[in-house]
Design a protein around this ligand. Sequence first.
Ligand SMILES: Cc1cc2nc3c(=O)[nH]c(=O)nc-3n(C[C@H](O)[C@H](O)[C@H](O)COP(=O)(O)OP(=O)(O)OC[C@H]3O[C@@H](n4cnc5c(N)ncnc54)[C@H](O)[C@@H]3O)c2cc1C
Length: 461
Amino acid sequence: MSLYSDLLAIIGDHERVTANETILEQHSKGMAYHTPRKPDVVVFPVSKQEVSRVLQYANEHNIPIVPFGAGSSLEGQIIPMDGGISLDFTFMNQIISVRPDDFIVTVQPGVTRNQLNQALKQYGLFFPIDPGADATIGGMAATNASGTNSVKYGVMRDQVLGLELALTDGSIIRTGGYSFKSSAGYHLTGLFVGSEGTLGVFTEIILKLQGIPEAVTDVKVTFSSIEAAGKAATMLLKAGLPIGKIELVDEKTIQAVNAYKHTSFREEPTLFLEFSGSSPDVEYGVQLAEEMVKEEGCISFEFETDSLRRAQLWEARHQAALAIIAAHPGKSHMVTDVCVPLSSLVDALKYTRQVVDQYQIDAVVFGHVGDGNYHAAFSVDTADEEEMERVEEVHKQIVRFALAKGGTCTGEHGIGIGKKPFLIEEHGDSVALMKRIKALVDPNHILNPGKVLDHTVRVSQ
Ligand SMILES: Cc1cc2nc3c(=O)[nH]c(=O)nc-3n(C[C@H](O)[C@H](O)[C@H](O)COP(=O)(O)OP(=O)(O)OC[C@H]3O[C@@H](n4cnc5c(N)ncnc54)[C@H](O)[C@@H]3O)c2cc1C
């Protein structure tokens, strides 16, 4: 029997088990520069029982299996490096139950964040984690994703109250539950969230929800230097204003956006802010923020309350990554993702700009000032060895700067394939414990092998 026919026998529906070349191709690559590799078969489960049976089969036959959400991850997480099965959650996209009075929803992993927020509107609730792509909740939980809202609401790990997941032997377990707090035993939910599909496969996810704020106002402020912008950001955060988002973009990034969109945004270091909460709080917050940043010598201050104009106000921030992609057609996307303590952020941004300029790399640099996480985005030609060496050196220096400040090599994108050496630099001897956990939960190394940790190294227990 072939892998395909075995899986067909398990699933019993040839529409949901496929070796079609186009579909294999779609499951062979992420959104970034990593070398593609096709799976042998793509399976689209519709139930936890099917997930469990496929896992059990893969485990018994030592076949690699890679969970697949929307495929928007940026570190090659969904590339089946050793072939095998790509387990695509497109059809497990049901919102299982909404408990509006508990501020809780239970979803299947294939639900996307936009789909969820659309369904929650009628309850006056929303789910705040907002990566730039319309990712699935399963993929977001597996990468511990976050986005511009994290300064107010935290990251994915803060929202996942519980999980139902299938282990490699096919057993299904539950972690966490429906309470906002628990001190019962080890925090297994926290372990599986962020495990990038290497420890277990989510079949249900229990999430915490938020009330939709009554009022939202967006603000754009420009400064003469990145230091002035950074200092103002710290001051605003310390003032305890109702800040929902706070992002910093350097002047070269705005130049890149202007060139791409033919716009004429002021080419100065820019803070993008969103105030959210009750109307009086937001109004007062914006007023106070204006006074504070003017005292700090800001060059311009604009604000908008209308939703369409708010989006326009933030355009330079939203277009930053696209600007660098558009400037280099045919090249692949690479993005750094370090996170540093807040007081080091301005130095880190300046250092990053200096390093990319020194190595003559065209880059946009933008940061989530509220949590110290920022990105330098490049376009790379993976066939150009000299360019790849330069870019990798730049990435290494940016990461080393962050680690020297006590930061991390990845704030939200995860390790995947691309950042494995940095994980070792960052976590040193605790990587050995991570390997033991992996070996315990997935002794045959079938779950997303080669991601996060090097699967060629087996650890004796
Ligand atoms: C334009 C753009 C902007 C982005 N902006 C951000 C951002 O602001 N913040 C951010 O954090 N990320 C961002 N990302 C990255 C990406 O959107 C996130 O990593 C996201 O969480 C991936 O979700 P996904 O559904 O696409 O997952 P996939 O890419 O399909 O998978 C990601 C990982 O999750 C695992 N996985 C998927 N489903 C399951 C499951 N059911 N059980 C167990 N494991 C599973 C996969 O095996 C893989 O390891 C951006 C990406 C793009 C393209």
